[in-house]
Design a protein around this ligand. Sequence first.
Ligand code: RTP
Ligand code: MG
Length: 143
Amino acid sequence: MAVERTLSIIKPDAVAKNIIGEIYSRFERAGLKIVAARMMHLSREQAEAFYAVHKARPFFKDLVDFMISGPVMVQVLEGENAVAKHRDIMGATDPKQAEAGTIRADFADSIDENAVHGSDAVETAQQEVNFFFGPDEICPRTR
Ligand code: RTP
Ligand code: MG
């Protein structure tokens, strides 16, 4: 299986709940390595650009308002089949539909405040990683 990179965001609700470490542990237990990370408070312009694919959707403004409501933790995860593996650990978008033991089932309060973001495909993962990190900010593991 191919080694991939994917973009993860721990959203403002989960940062506020003080569960960054709990979520990082789940990545590590799944064999995903954190190869870049940054805490930041997104501007409205950044959040709108990041979620531009959803611009025409009725939930767009609420999504952007939520994503700028507090700091987020942004990271690049690396590992075999990382994109799909990360989505599996996250669980479904709506926590009510998420499988038990997933991050969203355990920590998300609603479809709007759902704890984490993860890239949905290898191609979008590359775009999303490049949105936040330059090549010199990513640290591949040598051991
Ligand atoms: P994300 O991009 O944040 O990882 O979430 P996702 O792929 O599971 O879901 P996506 O369809 O990309 O939607 C992005 C975010 O918009 C909010 N949303 N609300 N009210 C609604 O019907 C609705 N649908 C989506 C969610 O917060 C979702 O994470
Ligand atoms: Mg998505």
